[in-house]
Structure formats: C-alpha cells, structure tokens
Write a protein that binds this ligand. Sequence first.
Ligand code: TPP
Length: 247
Amino acid sequence: MQAALFRALAHLDLPPEHVTIISGIGCSSRLPAYTECYGFHGIHGRALPLATGLKLARPELTVIVASGDGDAFSIGGNHFLHACRRNVDLTCIIMDNEVYGMTKGQPSPTTASDWDSKLAPSGTHVRPLQPLAVALAAGAGFIARGFSGDPNGTARLLVEAIRHPGFALVHVLSPCVTYRPEEKLWKQQVHSIEMEPTAELAEAARRLFTDDGLSTGIFYRATLPPYPVTSQTRSDDLSVIEAEFVL
Ligand SMILES: Cc1ncc(C[n+]2csc(CCOP(=O)(O)OP(=O)(O)O)c2C)c(N)n1
C-alpha cells in the first residue's frame, strides 16, 4: 500500500509538503509515520473528521486519509457515512484485512460470519458489511477497490482518486499475514472488474451487489456537487484568534 501511495504521489508530482496524511488507530493507521508528508496520527475512528477540518481550513493541501476496516467501519462508521455524503475533497484509503490486526485478531465489521477464531469460536454469525455498497448509498462519488499486492494497479486508482474533485474511496484488500494467513490466497483470487467506471447509480449498485468482494477497479465515478469551501481570511496570528474567545 505504501509503495502504491508513493508511486501515485510521484506520478502526480506532488511534493511531500503539499500532502497531509491523516489516520486513526491500527496497523494501517501507522502509514503517515512512514512518509515524508505532513501527517496526523489521530484517535481511533476519527481520521475523517480530522481530515475534513484540515481540508476546509487549508483547501490548497492534498488531504489523504489512511484507515482500516475496524477504524473506518466499526468505531468510525458514523463518520464514514457522513464523509461520503458531505463530499469534501478527500482521498480515503481503507486498508481492509477483515480483522482488527493491532489488537491481536478480533473480528471486524468486514469479517466473514463463519470465521472461527479464539475470540469468536465458530464465528460471529453476523453478516459482513459491504463497504462499497454502503458508500454508494451514503452518497460517495468515487468508489474503487485495489489490492495491496498490486502496487502499480493500486497506484493508478489512487491517482484517479486524488484527481477526483470530492470524496474518493479507495478500498484496498490488504492481507494480514499474522492473524489471517489464509488471506495470502487473495494474491491468486483478486481480479479486475474489466469495466469502465460508471456514473449511473443503478448500474453501480448492480455491480457492487453482484461483486464477489475480490474484484479491483473503479466501480463508480460521478461528479457530484462538492462541499462548498468558503474563502474566509485566515489568521495565523494566535493573539487574533485568542481575542475572538475573550468573554
Ligand atoms: C477508543 C478506542 N477503542 C479501542 C481501541 C483499541 N484498538 C486499537 S486499534 C483497534 C482496531 C484496529 O483495527 P483496524 O482498523 O482494522 O486496523 P488494523 O490494525 O487491522 O490495520 C482497536 C479496537 C483504541 N485504540 N481506542
């Protein structure tokens, strides 16, 4: 995933100081620390509100969110829904390993219901979330899936996502070789959707609900009204900001 991001930023000729990567908590959320970009390793599930605030305050920055399936869809699920519909110009990368990796292997919202683990013997018996279909229903205008074992393919998706004027979701299948060693098989199982992105909501819904969860590509791309950024004059002088709060 890191290689894909570097290739995308290099392709777009974006210098590190023009890019900020905001994350929550998890193995996946360590990403900002491995780059030369500005970064903010936030709190669990709150990467999207942090990134939204930054993008509105500093619209000239390219703001990228790095998150995991637990971070984005469990504790951060509410923020995920509203980031999709708010359509602030962010690129949201969700590295999905279908497990909570950092806290040693609990099931996440995308874990298959019958995944047997010490923490959920015989499985959770709960249907996994379909994050791309949820994103479509919540109003996201760019919905793609990549695979961490295909850095060039994922870099191409990221280039398109960063260029997209609005909220862009890139769901990246990212095997956890420690707690889900069977996910090494994804390397053989992933396949391209081999279709041009559609801007038709109904066609995107059909694609996402008939998808096997292992296909990569851009499922949906539509130009939707972006969240308006007001060009307020901003003060970097702390005393001016403090004065506004004097009772
Ligand atoms: C408020 C809060 N609740 C719980 C935790 C514990 N916690 C840390 S990371 C994590 C799950 C991370 O899972 P995921 O986002 O899938 O990332 P991964 O480690 O698999 O990349 C949890 C539950 C926390 N740090 N903060």
